[in-house]
Design a protein around this ligand. Structure first.
Ligand code: ADP
Ligand code: ZN
Length: 448
């Protein structure tokens, strides 16, 4: 067992860069490493996964045709449907005897898919998660509560191993029993937390109900992810829990949370691109899109043994930015996830993401970040209704005043998103709270 701090550890910067030898490489060095790893992984899947061998043979492609990372464009894409078609072990490259753990995706958009990890895969995941925590400013002196669900979902155990790898103290609170969690926050002096942004708000709300303020707890850092959230939501969570909130992104197919992470600059999330090579494509033409343009994220795992993926289409829409960041890291940054390509609502021909509606709601001080979007079809016409809770201080027994607030939101939705929506104002606390990933959309049109 090695109890030494990483040799590269620096303590004199705002936040420590956990592994500068991988987070601060020159572009040439990074590309050389990625090229070497890509050659190896292509060779590995070609000889161990029938699915990839077939796909490559159909394209008349052999592992020897892949020389540099730029050759990645020759390789076939992999989709969630491929994972489902080959359920459960069809895409596994390592023998069962090497698999030490299995997780499953949350199944947000259908049947879950499973992922097997070798011991080395768990090690890489812990390492990349430790990079994230370090970037958020977590140190070995922190006591860190992991309030993502433990179980098949990757959030809980992924964060757990990451905190241990960094050497901070992990408190595996998981979800549920929020009052006990709040008690622990107070009694143990817990300084960091990882959970979904939805759960962070639920925690804040429960604290308020119990009469506990942010000054009664000691949280200073939050690692939030697993679902889309906005900067408005960030400000709200920071204010209510008294901490600094950072974004962490990941998906179970690629490894789990820890694929990318914000630094103190908070200008995008750095991708651990020595392990997960990102591409951004146009979902329709499948052609690459440039820095700054919105596209679908595609990942190739460069070091995974259990279930490596070639060019996996995530359906997550975002932007990429290359170039050095003021924090000192050089690895590419991705923007916020605007939504999944299959999340986008098309309302009477207008494209709308739920996150855009959230931004409009939170730009008005009257409304709480608790809302539901209900889409329906009457005859040939799409209808959209936004149900939103008023903040307690704005929930008054004055009909004209409430009507004015409603009109305000309708107007703002129309001017910002060009959609005309019906709005229902709800009393505080009426929308069901989520302890995991929040669900904000009911699309009844799909049922027709
Ligand atoms: P599922 O695809 O079934 O939800 P996962 O639990 O693996 O399975 O979730 C991964 C997905 O969660 C990502 O593809 C992305 O859509 C979303 N996600 C994860 N982290 C973030 C984040 N920080 N911001 C926005 N979306 C996120
Ligand atoms: Zn940075």
């Amino acid at each position: 067992m090695n109890y030494l701090l990483p040799l590269q550890a620096q303590t004199n910067t705002h936040t420590m860069i956990w592994n500068p030898s991988k987070e601060c490489m020159s572009r040439d060095e990074m590309m050389a490493l990625q090229s070497k790893r890509l050659r190896k992984i292509v060779n590995y899947v070609y000889h161990n996964v029938q699915f990839y061998r077939n796909k490559m043979q159909v394209m008349d492609l052999r592992p020897d045709d892949i020389h540099t990372i730029e050759d990645i464009q020759k390789l076939p894409f992999t989709t969630k449907q491929d994972l489902r078609d080959n359920y459960p072990f069809g895409l596994q490259a390592a023998p069962n005897s090497e698999i030490v753990r299995i997780h499953a995706s949350s199944g947000t958009t259908g049947k879950p898919t499973i992922v097997g990890y070798t011991r080395k895969d768990i090690g890489v995941w812990s390492e990349v998660f430790a990079r994230c925590l370090s970037s958020f400013g977590v140190t070995r002196d922190d006591i860190f509560s992991v309030a993502y669900g433990y179980g098949l979902f990757t959030g809980g155990l992924g964060a757990h191993y990451g905190v241990e790898q960094l050497g901070a103290t992990v408190v595996p609170t998981s979800t549920g029993n929020t009052e006990k969690h709040i008690r622990l926050l107070q009694d143990l002096g817990i300084t960091g937390i990882a959970c979904t942004p939805s759960y962070a708000l639920y925690l804040a709300e429960t604290m308020e109900k119990l009469g506990i303020t942010k000054d009664d707890i000691h949280l200073r850092i939050g690692a939030f992810g697993a679902e889309p959230w906005t900067d408005k939501m960030r400000a709200e969570i920071e204010e209510r829990l008294g901490l600094k909130a950072y974004n962490i992104y990941g998906l179970s197919e690629v490894t789990g949370p820890g694929v990318s992470y914000e630094c103190e600059v908070q200008h995008g999330s750095h991708i651990n691109e020595d392990h997960f090579f990102p591409e951004l494509i146009d979902s329709k033409t499948l052609q690459p899109v440039g820095d700054g343009e919105v596209g679908e994220l595609v990942f190739t795992t460069l070091s995974k043994e259990g279930m490596p993926l070639l060019r996996y289409r995530t359906k997550d829409l975002t932007t990429l930015t290359h170039g050095q960041c003021a924090c000192g890291r050089t690895n590419v940054r991705m923007g916020r996830i605007m939504g999944r390509s299959d999340d986008m609502l098309i309302i009477r021909g207008i494209n709308v993401f739920p996150s855009q509606i959230e931004s409009v709601i939170l730009s008005l001080e009257e409304f709480a970040p608790q809302y539901m979007i209900i889409v329906d079809r009457q005859g040939l016409l799409d209808t959209i209704k936004v149900q939103v809770e008023l903040r307690p201080e704005f929930f008054v027994d004055d009909f004209p005043a409430m009507e004015r607030k409603k009109k305000l939101l309708i107007e703002k939705l129309r001017s910002v998103l060009s959609i005309s929506a019906q709005v229902d104002l709800l009393p505080p606390g009426s929308i069901e709270r989520s302890q995991g990933k929040g669900n904000h959309v009911i699309d009844n049109r799909k049922l027709v």
